[in-house]
Design a protein around this ligand. Structure first.
Ligand SMILES: Cc1cc2nc3c(=O)[nH]c(=O)nc-3n(C[C@H](O)[C@H](O)[C@H](O)COP(=O)(O)O)c2cc1C
Length: 203
């Protein structure tokens, strides 16, 4: 099994990337589960335009990314809360994949990141939109890395022990659930009932 971690901050050295590294270490402890990361701060994607459909030069890197997504059974989507919103880089990423794409009918764990006590808005935003056409399946469990500077640090001595324990327990639980959903949704994708020709766009 393979899990893709998508880091949604525009910043090259973001707290979201730090949380991504922490969640990668949680995934690594599951036998037979590997991971890869797309950090949209370090590897920005072009903004969506029509040349996407005519192999425009700016999209030359897309087949390699598609191959990574195709080989993934599940995703962790990390979204810092910026002005109460999901950053444009992550929305743009989600815009690139439609019905029957590499995201369709695969589970995704949303993880919000906030420097303070925020994060709920981006979880609501991801759940409300972002999956209609690509059919990504948001897990009914999410993570919010609140007071993010006090958790998930490479040097654990810098962490707030109580906050870290809380985030760690939820992360272990949520990643176990993600793996279970990934196994279950493989069976759903194998059924002969998914029809994206008749029902290309969701309502
Ligand atoms: C443009 C911008 C807007 C932000 N708005 C919010 C916000 O609305 N709520 C919040 O809790 N934190 C907000 N923050 C702080 C982020 O939570 C903080 O930068 C955190 O480190 C996550 O962002 P990062 O992954 O890019 O580092 C904002 C940060 C930036 C750069």
């Amino acid at each position: 099994m393979r899990i893709g971690i998508i880091v949604g901050s525009h910043r090259k050295d973001s707290q979201s990337a730090k949380v991504g590294r922490y969640l990668a270490s949680v995934i690594e402890r599951r036998r037979g589960v590997s991971h890869w990361t797309l950090d949209l701060g370090k590897t920005p994607l072009p903004l969506w335009d029509e040349a996407l459909f005519s192999q425009g030069e700016q999209w030359s890197g897309l087949p390699a990314l598609k191959a990574q997504l195709d080989s993934s059974d599940a995703f962790v989507m990390i979204a810092p809360e910026w002005h109460g919103m999901v950053p444009a880089a992550l929305k743009n990423f989600l815009l690139l994949w439609g019905a029957g794409s590499a995201l369709s009918h695969k589970p995704a764990l949303p993880c919000a990141v906030s420097a303070s006590a925020g994060g709920a808005y981006v979880i609501a935003e991801l759940r409300m939109s972002s999956y209609k056409n690509n059919r990504l399946c948001w897990l009914p469990e999410n993570l919010i890395a609140r007071r993010v500077k006090a958790i998930c640090n490479e040097d654990a001595a810098v962490d707030d022990a109580a906050l870290q324990a809380e985030f760690s327990a939820r992360s272990e639980y949520a990643i176990d659930l993600l793996v279970a959903y990934a196994n279950a949704l493989r069976d759903v994708r194998a059924l002969d009932i998914i029809d994206h020709e008749t029902f290309m766009n969701g309502l």
